[in-house]
Write a protein that binds this ligand. Structure first.
Ligand SMILES: CCCCCCCCCCCC(=O)SCCNC(=O)CCNC(=O)[C@H](O)C(C)(C)COP(=O)(O)OP(=O)(O)OC[C@H]1O[C@@H](n2cnc3c(N)ncnc32)[C@H](O)[C@@H]1OP(=O)(O)O
Length: 193
């Protein structure tokens, strides 16, 4: 399927699709219920950044002449897989508690060791979730440092819940912690700052 269609670019991917497991659907419904009183908010998620979204930041880091063509073809890494094969996820934020939760079902194309999530895939979704947590306050953020402890391997295609919490802010520096638990909350797979 071509990703470049106009409709596809503006499609919100943070909603159920036929590849979702029952576990992911149940978690989604749980968090959508939490959104009813306004304390939590589901974050829409698209394949591309909004045009001009980070133009000042890009101007500082990228060659402006190449930028237009570059970003017209660009995809958010975590949204660049076919449905069900990569990161099936939805992020919810609670700005009062400075938290972002990400419910994730990892697809078969995220395999590292046989039957397990690739460590880089775990880092990616931690980076995106903790990054979003900082972004809710800092608007435009870049990850300066990411420390991770892989406590238990994550079975491929399983459902996990990431919890990112802003611990402190010092000027333009944001310190965020993030854990990855099994969908039932019983196993701590990964912890990061
Ligand atoms: C719309 C949909 C969105 C969707 C949103 C999806 C979210 C995706 C999130 C992905 C985020 C990424 O992966 S971003 C891509 C990966 N990250 C990068 O490429 C960043 C590359 N690094 C840099 O550009 C730079 O090093 C910065 C910007 C991080 C910092 O540089 P700077 O701005 O010049 O800051 P600098 O003066 O060096 O340091 C400022 C202060 O930060 C501290 N500091 C700097 N680096 C570090 C460090 N590694 N560890 C600790 N502390 C550090 C310094 O000690 C100093 O503290 P003090 O002395 O002032 O106290």
């Amino acid at each position: 399927r071509s990703f470049s269609s106009e409709k596809d670019i503006h499609k919100d991917y943070a909603v159920p699709n036929p590849t979702w497991s029952e576990d992911l659907r149940l978690l989604y419904e749980q968090f959508m219920k939490k959104c009813e009183d306004g304390s939590w908010e589901r974050l829409p998620s698209y394949r591309q950044h909004p045009a001009g979204g980070c133009s000042d930041f890009q101007a500082r880091h990228l060659d402006p002449s190449a930028m237009k063509e570059l970003t017209s073809r660009a995809r958010l890494f975590t949204r660049s897989f076919e449905d069900g094969l990569g990161f099936e996820y939805v992020m919810f934020c609670n700005d009062a508690e400075k938290r972002v939760v990400c419910i994730l079902q990892g697809g078969p194309h995220l395999q590292g060791m046989p039957g397990l999530f690739h460590g880089g895939a775990i880092l990616t979704i931690i980076d995106a979730t903790a990054g979003m947590c900082a972004k809710r306050i800092g608007k435009v953020v870049l990850t300066a440092n990411l420390n991770v402890n892989f406590k238990r391997p994550i079975p491929l295609c399983s459902v996990v819940v990431l919890n990112a919490q802003l611990e402190k802010a010092e000027g333009r520096k944001f310190f965020v912690s993030c854990t990855v638990h099994s969908g039932d909350g019983r196993t701590l797979h990964t912890e990061a700052t």
